[in-house]
Design a protein around this ligand. Structure first.
Ligand SMILES: Nc1ncnc2c1ncn2[C@@H]1O[C@H](COP(=O)(O)OS(=O)(=O)O)[C@@H](OP(=O)(O)O)[C@H]1O
Length: 291
């Protein structure tokens, strides 16, 4: 079953959320003006974007840490390609933070000559797929497909938002020498958030004392973020998320794919992904108990 264009817009070979974007806007992003101080959080959907958006905003803005700037995460770190709240990016103070699911080949040209910084967060693709499957029920903008097998086949064929997970990660990782880029893994963040926060601070040239790092760890925990409407996307209108069907922060763990995928589905997944995944310069973690 092919994805319908009611939900997905295909432009320049890439799938986008239909209602949140136009082809003209996508085209304009190639020449998006970048400041050296800009920070782009790049992810494939469901890889830990909102978590890292929160961490970045907490690292960089005291007002977000101490609560004096009371803003939704979506406004603190807006989406580059889905400017749903019409934020004025040009007059935004530096350092500007953006989140994006763009594949490398559609990213602003200036990023590719090392203007701005990129933080790429990846997650094992079976958990990504299962998270996407559940999220498509909550998101009004995505087609709800009850049959997991259908979503899995689309995912394997790259017929989901941001296309193929493999192409996405290969695109960004093979171009690493042309970019100021830091790669992070969801699973490493899960197992040792302090180290990941310190890696980000080091990459951004930001030094925080131990108490502040502790504070960020506490504020970025799954339970804290889930309970806060500003970080759990609960302030998004009902024409974007159907809050009665579930929460944005769903389980937040490693290996939940095993609760949805059958052994046969997992084998089918491996038969398509394994060979190319072995060539990636990253080792993925599939279970919370893996080393
Ligand atoms: N603090 C924290 N700790 C652990 N896990 C977290 C956290 N915040 C978000 N999440 C989990 O990230 C998944 C959502 O991914 P994204 O934010 O990339 O989604 S999106 O692309 O922006 O729609 C989604 O994963 P699943 O729970 O597996 O569905 C979220 O629960």
């Amino acid at each position: 079953m092919e994805p319908t264009d009611k939900y997905l817009l295909k432009h320049k070979g890439c799938y986008f959320v239909q209602e949140a974007i136009t082809p003209e806007y996508i085209d304009s992003l190639e020449d998006f003006e970048i400041r050296d101080s800009d920070i782009f959080l790049v992810t494939f959907p469901k890889s830990g974007t909102i978590w890292t958006q929160n961490i970045l905003s907490l690292i960089l803005h005291e007002g977000h840490r101490n609560g004096t700037e009371n803003m939704d995460l979506l406004d603190r770190v807006p989406w580059l390609e889905y400017n749903v709240r019409n934020v004025d990016y040009v007059n935004r103070p530096s350092p500007r933070l953006f989140a994006t699911h763009l594949p490398y080949y559609l990213a602003p040209k200036a990023l590719k000559i090392k203007r701005g910084k990129v933080i790429y967060v990846m997650r094992n693709p079976k958990d990504v797929l299962v998270s996407y499957y559940h999220f498509s029920k909550v998101s009004v903008k995505l087609e709800e497909v009850e049959d997991f097998e259908i979503i899995m086949e689309r995912f394997l064929a790259g017929k989901v938002v941001a296309n193929s997970w493999l192409d996405h990660i290969e695109g960004w990782s093979t171009q690493r020498d042309n970019l100021n880029i830091l790669f992070l893994m969801y699973e490493e963040m899960k197992k040792d958030l302090r180290s990941s926060i310190l890696k980000i601070c080091n990459f951004l040239g930001k030094s925080l004392n131990e108490n502040l790092v502790d504070d960020i760890i506490a504020k970025a925990s799954f339970d804290k973020m889930r309970a806060d409407p500003r970080t759990n996307a609960e302030n998004l209108p009902s024409d974007m998320l159907d809050h009665s069907k579930g929460r944005f922060l769903r389980k937040g763990t490693i290996g939940d794919w095993k609760n949805t995928m059958t052994v046969a589905q997992s084998e089918r997944f491996d038969s398509v992904f394994k060979e190319r995944m072995e060539k990636l310069p990253f080792k993925f973690c599939w279970d919370i108990n893996d080393e």
